[in-house]
Design a protein. Sequence first.
Length: 133
Amino acid sequence: MFMGVDHVGVAVKNLDEAVGVYRDILGFNLVGVHVLTERKVKVAFLSSGGETQIELLEPLGIDSPIAKFLENRGEGIHHVAVKVDDIEKALEELKKKGVMLVDEKPRKGVEGKKIAFVHPKSTKGVLLELVME
Ligand code: CO
């Protein structure tokens, strides 16, 4: 069902400043920046040189889920995203096993990808994102 870690999401207060740290100081390559208005986040993807990217997420507005996360936990790892070959089937299988889902149906991610989140209550505290290309 899973095909590797697609990216690790990191919540940040200021995207430009965080890109500066990850690109200019740490040495990751900036792949793209996207504004996701319906999810109220601005994200930047950075390449690690391999299959797994880093996604930096800045909240757009105080009602953004990332704003709530920053308020409670501060900056840091927000989610881990794994690739799946069939996201509908993956959600169905997980639901059958009693896994708590944030999204019962996939929603639109960046660049036409389909994504869905699995609740941290079912994953030992890790918000898990499923991604299908
Ligand atoms: Co993500």
